[in-house]
Design a protein around this ligand. Sequence first.
Ligand code: ADP
Ligand code: NI
Length: 214
Amino acid sequence: MDNNISNLLQVEWEMFTITENNQLTRIKLYIEELFRKDASGHDFEHMKRVAKLAKEIAIDEGADVFITEAAAWLHDVGDYKLFDDPDRALQELSSFLQSLSLTDREINDIENIITKISFSKGNIPETLEGKIVQDADRIDAIGAIGIARTFAFGGAAGQLIYHEKNKNTSIQHFYDKLLTLAELMHTEKGREIAKERHHFMEEFLEQFFTEWDV
Ligand code: ADP
Ligand code: NI
C-alpha cells in the first residue's frame, strides 16, 4: 500500500479506541433511522456533513474529537421544529446513550451540547466542543449547500422563493440569518471555511437579482 495512504488510515484508526469506534457506528445508525424521512434540509446527509466538519475543526482546535463528533451526529435530536415531542426524543436519546456504555461524564458532555444547540439558538455553548458543533452546523447552513437547504426548507414550508412585497420568502432568509453567520464563528478554522461560503452566497444573490430583473 502507498505509504501516505497507510499513514492516513493509521491516524484515522488510532484517533479513537475500538470501543469509541463502535459507539460512533451505533450513533450513526441511530441517526440514520431517526432522520430517514426528513425533507426540510435536516436529513441524514446534513448530520453526516456536520459530523465531518466538526471532526475536522476539533482536530484543528485540539478539542475532544470523540465528544465533538458524537455530539455533532446527534445535534438535531429534540429540535422543537423537527420533533412532535422533543422531550420524548431527548429521553429516548438518553436511554440510547446509556445503552452504549458511555461514561456518565461523556453522556453529560454530549447531552449538554445537544440541548444548547437545539433549543437555544441564540446561546453560545460553554465548552469548546459545543462551540465547534455550533460552528459546523452553521457552516452547513451557508455556501452552496446552505443555498440548496434554504430552498428545500422553503419548498417544504410552502414559502415563495422571492417577492418584492412579501418578507416571508426564502431569499429574505439570507438577510435575516444566513449572511450573519460567518461573523458568529467561534473557531479559526470555522471562520476560514465560513468566509469562502459567505462570499459564494453574496455572488449567488447578486446573480439572482440580475436574473430577477431581466
Ligand atoms: P439549524 O440547522 O440550526 O436547526 P434552522 O432549523 O433554522 O437551523 O435551519 C435549518 C435549515 O433550514 C437551514 O439551512 C436554514 O437556512 C433553513 N431555513 C430555516 N428557516 C428558514 C426560512 N424561514 N426560510 C428558508 N430556509 C430556512
Ligand atoms: Ni443542524
